[in-house]
Design a protein around this ligand. Structure first.
Ligand code: GLN
Length: 194
């Protein structure tokens, strides 16, 4: 059983823990460096990235997470979690920082205030059929991808909403709230082979 953590500073921790447990993982809630040291992979949930950033520093987690990522720990971020994985963000709040590791530029709240949330069926070739029913909630989009970053899914307008690079996986949307398990399975496969 892969031993994986969900970063539990803020956000939809429970939903992720549930999916991972359903898939047979041994799930730990990670809030402190010693808890991070005990897991082989980490999920960063959706929530509010500016708050998660502040809390990660308050809990002394920014550096340990950065080091874990640099050491090759598999990490999956959804929505705010994707923002936390991005090397560069636009429209962050003043002083907002990220863990980084994923060579992308991510725009926070990319779909504006008019369309706060929406759902769509998304073709994700690495996952095959059927398409993913994707829920976007004040979601970010990936505006630029660096070398070695694979686009896993884009909207019809071309905006990139799922990426992978090495052991890092990020989605703008929330598979954990729709019963979609395939992204978490992909993450667990990466944990097993890491
Ligand atoms: N807009 C949020 C942020 O900036 C992300 C929203 C979400 O995770 N559903 O972190």
């Amino acid at each position: 059983r892969p031993r994986v953590g969900v970063l539990s500073l803020q956000g939809d921790v429970r939903e992720h823990a549930r999916v991972l447990a359903d898939l047979g993982a041994d799930v730990e809630l990670v809030r402190r460096p010693f808890e991070l040291a005990a897991v082989e992979g980490l999920v960063i949930p959706g929530g509010e990235s500016s708050v998660m950033d502040k809390l990660s520093r308050a809990f002394g987690m920014q550096q340990p997470v950065r080091e874990a990522i640099a050491a090759g720990m598999p990490v999956y971020g959804t929505c705010a979690g994707l923002i936390m994985l991005a090397d560069r963000i636009t429209d962050g709040i003043e002083g907002q920082d990220t863990f980084g590791g994923l060579d992308v530029t991510v725009r926070r709240n990319a779909f504006g205030s008019q369309v706060d949330s929406f759902e769509t069926d998304l073709d994700v070739p690495v996952l095959g059929e059927p398409p993913v029913h994707a829920v976007f909630i004040r979601a970010p989009s990936v505006e630029q991808t660096g070398e070695g970053v694979e686009t896993l899914a884009a909207l019809d307008d071309g905006r990139v909403v799922a990426v992978r690079s090495g052991a890092l996986l990020g989605t703008s949307f929330h598979p954990e709230v729709t019963g979609e398990h395939r992204f978490h399975r992909l993450f667990l496969d990466t944990v097993r082979s890491a």
